[in-house]
Design a protein around this ligand. Structure first.
Ligand code: PDD
Length: 279
């Protein structure tokens, strides 16, 4: 693996060490981003950096780098990593300080970033679709911030894997929010439905791109609350994320979605997404 970036320096991964009193370790007090890179070019970099700024603002960490410096850091990481397809991970924590919940007055944020090869989702996921489970969304009420405090997401995703599924679809008060590590969109009666961007879910960059592509290509779409009942009677369901792109969901809690096969809207969106990546 190519060298990683830690607090201003590129070092081999094994030598990248953070003090145990880093608030990222102690409290999960940090935010992160994941940026996909295709053919050595980051996809939608500005959107990812804008979301990073928003997450930092949301948790009241002063941005440690300027927009231009983030851009050149990502560029350098991408150049150092030989794979054409990569994902760039950026993490910022509130820094190192004696353990106390209150913000430390003088801590310097810790900045860590790395690039690693990104493989496409397994072909059978696209051919057959994936199985999912549902669970009550027991996360907090600031899910729009991409924070490293992901224990709830970790537990929910593991429940899916333990059940032989790939993703866990989250339901809060009778409405679909998102997946444990993805957004979820639904096709119902010819319309693409997307749960609204608010504090209950992460405004996914892939979700945004999918909605923009659908609108451009004339697929009727609506960003509005999706009930659990609508999710269960949907014709198509898909998950989206920067690392897994668009994946058809063909089973929810063991029950087939629609025909039980990947649907035509999902597959068309996936084609348009590939075109968009190349453009
Ligand atoms: N996660 N919702 C959650 C909770 C996520 O963790 C992710 C992505 C998404 C999709 O967002 P985007 O399209 O911007 O990747 C939605 C990343 C990939 C991760 O944690 O590794």
């Amino acid at each position: 693996m190519s060298d990683v970036y830690l607090n201003g320096k590129f070092v081999p991964l094994e030598q990248a060490c953070v003090p145990v009193l880093d608030r990222g370790f102690i409290f999960g007090d940090g935010v992160y981003e994941v940026i996909p890179v295709y053919d050595h070019r980051p996809l939608a970099l500005d959107r990812h950096l804008h979301r990073l700024e928003n997450s930092l603002k949301g948790v009241r960490i002063t941005p440690p780098l300027s927009l231009a410096t983030w851009q050149s850091l990502v560029k350098e990481l991408v150049e150092r990593e030989p794979s054409a397809q990569q994902s760039v991970y950026i993490q910022v924590t509130r820094g190192v300080a004696p353990r106390d919940h209150t913000f430390p007055p003088h801590a310097t944020p810790t900045v860590f970033a790395m690039a690693k090869p990104l493989s496409a989702p397994p072909p059978e996921w696209i051919r057959e679709g994936i199985s999912t489970i549902t669970h009550a969304d027991f996360r907090w009420l600031k899910c729009d911030l991409k924070t490293t405090a992901l224990l709830a997401n970790v537990l929910l995703r593991q429940m899916a894997v333990d059940a032989g599924a790939v993703e866990c679809l989250l339901i809060r008060d009778g409405y679909l929010t998102e997946g444990a590590a993805s957004n979820v969109l639904v096709v119902l009666e010819g319309q693409l439905l997307a749960p609204p961007r608010n504090h209950l879910l992460l405004p996914g960059i892939t979700y945004e791109l999918v909605l923009e592509l659908a609108a451009k290509k004339g697929i009727p779409c609506q960003e509005r609350p999706v009930t659990e009942a609508e999710l269960r009677r949907a014709d198509e369901v898909m998950m989206t994320s920067s690392t897994r792109e668009i994946v058809p969901i063909t089973r929810i809690d063991g029950i087939p979605v629609g025909s039980g096969r990947p649907g035509s809207v999902t597959l068309r969106l996936l084609d348009w997404y590939q075109e968009y990546k190349r453009s």
